[in-house]
Structure formats: structure tokens, C-alpha cells
Design a protein around this ligand. Structure first.
Ligand code: CAA
Length: 386
């Protein structure tokens, strides 16, 4: 019998602050329903300057990893497109904060929002050769387009942490998978820019083209039809994007299975609606949202996952939900974490947005108001202090 490999535990962290999308719509003189329905976002995480991908990843990981896990983690793969250094990986800071140094490999991977999927697939191969080991996979980002840009309502931020192992508690990853890449300028962030550049409408079209491509490729390889899936999950830069993807798949298919899959999609976008874009983490936040919120999904069912990263790279892959998958959540109540967040005004959000630090020699941050377990305290001689 083949060894099962996959997601053993999953954790999530975001900011303790959010902006209500109705307030943002009013400030930008847009109809609130454009954001709530047209874009599909209700709230957006507002990241404090004392938080970055490292601190958010540390909080997410701390929620799931035990002392026993720490002994077995031999690889930390950190996916982000909000890197804090051009050379040094975020993973080595993270491993330090979590206390999993020194007998470990620590690297960062990048391909826009696809990065965490690359990390997950790398981890799968690594576990196949090292079945006793565990890999800590991170997808963490702070999505920044800029104040008063079209992308503004699709910002957000947070971190997903996944422990990948043999005999996983949550999701067994299957083979084969379907990948597709093309050199495309739909969304990018040139060196030195702290905000993404994007051709918004074009990027949404490319997302759908790539989805059709990998869906068809996966069908050719596996013969899986709509009825073979318990749920379909999508990269959610904003939740309407995933709905467009689901509608395209349903339209292309001859079988009408829309009620069942649409219901699961609604569970799967619940958390993303309240947090916004996590870039690398978005698909996995949607997975978390599904397994926390759905009362109809069952162990043994196949989940299909569509990962998309601008630039562009896509992959469609599948996994089987394991018995007792809820145990892999480590007892964390994410709805209450989200409910406890504090709302900020549009002007406070703008202030937080502008006060993030990039390429600065010396600064001490005021971290008194940030109650997080992990804090960016400042920069000294261009060295970040946590
Ligand atoms: N009530 C209900 N719906 C309304 C409405 C109202 N009053 N007013 C407008 N809408 C609808 C529109 O009909 C439209 O729906 P459809 O897309 O289904 O046609 C939707 O609201 C958005 O309206 P617009 O198209 O006019 O919005 P916009 O021009 O301001 O741009 C956007 C929207 C392109 C998504 C922009 O926010 C953007 O550029 N975002 C960033 C790019 C992005 O997320 N791209 C996704 C693919 S790339 C990727 O996935 C990688 C990544 O993470 C970035």
C-alpha cells in the first residue's frame, strides 16, 4: 500500500484590525454593493506596521505545532511575495522565533500567489523520501495595491501555516496534478516597489483561461468529473473571482451539479470575505473556511484545488479529506478570533497603510498597542528586530 502524504495540520493568523468594506465604499464614493456583491468582500484585514509576514506566520504556526512536531520539522518552506529581504529568507527568522533551529533547512519560495502551492508540492516530494520528517509550509502576505487604486478593495493580509507529513490528519494529496505556465504581465511588483502593479481586468481574464487549461488537463489525466468532487476550491484574490471560476466550470460541464458545489463554495469563501486577499495563503484560507464551516462535507470526499499566481503559473490538484480531519485544526476557534477584531476608520486604515517600513536604516516602532505574540520592534543598521 502506498504511503499517504499530505496536510496534517493547518493554522491561520491575521491582523486584530479590519476595515468594513461599506465604510471604504462610502469614502471612495462607490455603491457598497459593488464591494459586497460585485467584488464579494465584506471586511479587509488592516495590518499594523509592527506586523509582517514573519510575525503573522509565527502566530499561525504557533497555533498548530506541538513540541513533538518541532523535533520532527526538518524543513521550513516560506512562500511569500511580500518578502522582507532580497537575500535572506523569511523562513530563518521564523524558525528562530518558533525555536526550531538549528538542525533544519530554511528557504523562501516565490511565484506570486502560487508560491504556497509550490511549497506544498515540494514538501510532498520531500516527505516521500523522508517519511519520518515533517515540513512546515507557510503562505504569508500583506496584499498592497495602494490607497484609491482599483485594487484597493482587494487588499488584505495574513498567514497560513501547514504541517506536511506522512499519514496526515486532514488531507491526503493525490497524484497526478496539472500545471500550466506562461510569461504574462498581469500583476507584478518591480524591485523597490512596496505596492503591486496590476492590469486588473486582464488578470481576471487570465485567471479564468488558466483555470480552464489546468481543469481540462487534469480531466485528461484522471477522468475526474464534477460528481467526483465533494468541493472545488479556488485562489481567492477576492471571493467573486472564485465564483466566476466555479461558474465557468459548471457552464463548461454538461452535468448540472451546481447546487451542491455552490453551497460548498459559500462555506469556502466565508473567511476570505472577512479577511481579504492573503495572496499565497488565499487558497488555503478557503480550504480552512470549508473544513471549519461546512456541515455537509464528508471525510473520504475528493477536494479539487485551483492555485493561480500571476506572471503566471497555475496548478490544479486534488486531495482526499481524511477521517477526523477536524483534529488537524488543533482546537482553534477561527470564527471567534475574527469576531474579536476591532474595526478601524478609513483614515486610520490609510495611516496604518502608509506607516509600513521598507528599506530603512534605523527606526523604533511603537508596539505598545499591538498585543500579538510576535512583534516587529524596529530596524537597526538595516537589521529587523523581532
Ligand atoms: N452591485 C453589485 N455589483 C456591482 C455593483 C453594484 N452596485 N457595481 C459594480 N458591480 C460589479 C461589476 O458588475 C463587476 O462584476 P463582474 O466582474 O462580475 O462584471 C464587479 O462589481 C467589479 O466591478 P468593476 O469591474 O467595475 O470593478 P473595478 O474596475 O473597480 O475592478 C478589479 C475590479 C479588476 C477586481 C480590481 O479590484 C483589481 O484590479 N483587483 C486586483 C487584481 C486582481 O485581484 N485580479 C485577480 C486575478 S490575479 C490574481 O488572482 C493574483 C492575485 O492575487 C492578485
Amino acid at each position: 500500500e502506498l504511503m499517504k502524504i499530505g496536510i496534517d495540520k493547518i493554522g491561520f493568523a491575521t491582523s486584530d484590525l479590519y476595515l468594513d468594506m461599506v465604510d471604504l465604499a462610502n469614502a471612495r464614493q462607490e455603491d457598497p454593493n459593488k464591494y459586497l456583491i460585485g467584488i464579494g468582500q465584506a471586511k479587509m484585514a488592516v495590518i499594523r506596521p509592527t506586523q509582517d509576514v514573519v510575525t503573522m506566520a509565527a502566530t499561525a504556526a504557533k497555533r498548530i505545532i506541538s513540541e513533538e512536531d518541532k523535533k520532527n520539522i526538518s524543513y521550513v518552506i516560506f512562500a511569500t511575495e511580500s518578502g522582507i529581504d532580497n537575500s535572506k529568507s523569511a523562513a530563518v527568522y521564523l524558525a528562530d522565533l518558533l525555536g526550531i533551529l538549528p538542525n533544519v533547512r530554511t528557504i523562501e519560495v516565490k511565484q506570486a500567489c502560487y508560491g504556497a502551492t509550490a511549497a506544498l508540492q515540494l514538501a510532498k516530494g520531500y516527505i516521500a523520501l523522508n517519511p519520518e520528517s515533517k515540513v512546515l509550509v507557510i503562505g504569508a502576505d500583506n496584499a498592497r495595491y495602494g490607497i484609491k487604486t482599483p485594487g484597493e478593495p482587494t487588499q488584505g493580509g495574513g498567514a497560513i501555516a501547514m504541517l506536511v507529513s506522512s499519514n496526515p490528519k486532514i488531507l491526503e494529496l493525490e497524484n497526478p496534478t496539472a500545471a500550466y505556465a506562461e510569461n504574462i504581465m498581469d500583476f507584478w511588483r518591480p524591485l523597490g516597489h512596496s505596492k503591486a502593479l496590476v492590469d486588473g481586468k486582464y488578470s481576471s481574464g487570465i485567471y479564468l483561461d488558466f483555470l480552464r487549461n489546468v481543469w481540462d488537463e487534469q480531466f485528461k489525466k484522471t477522468g475526474f468529473k464534477l460528481q467526483d468532487y465533494g468541493a472545488l476550491l479556488f485562489h481567492l484574490p477576492y471571493t467573486k473571482m472564485g465564483l466566476k471560476g466555479l461558474r465557468q466550470i459548471l457552464q463548461d460541464a454538461s452535468v448540472d451539479d451546481s447546487t451542491r458545489l455552490t453551497r460548498e463554495f459559500e462555506y469556502a469563501r466565508q473567511f476570505n470575505r472577512e479577511v481579504g486577499n492573503l495572496y499565497t495563503g488565499s487558497l488555503y484560507l478557503s480550504f480552512l473556511s470549508l473544513i471549519v464551516n461546512s456541515d455537509s462535507i464528508r471525510s473520504g470526499q475528493r477536494i479539487g484545488l485551483f492555485s493561480y499566481g500571476s506572471g503566471a503559473q497555475a496548478e490544479f490538484f486534488t486531495g482526499i479529506l481524511q477521517p477526523n480531519y477536524q483534529e488537524g485544526l488543533a482546537g482553534v476557534d477561527y470564527q471567534s478570533i475574527l469576531n474579536k477584531r476591532q474595526a478601524v476608520s478609513v483614515s486610520e486604515y490609510e495611516k496604518f497603510f502608509e506607516s509600513h517600513i521598507f528599506d530603512i536604516e534605523n527606526i523604533e516602532l511603537d508596539y505598545q498597542e499591538d498585543n500579538s505574540d510576535f512583534l516587529l520592534m524596529g530596524v537597526q543598521d538595516y537589521k529587523r528586530k523581532y
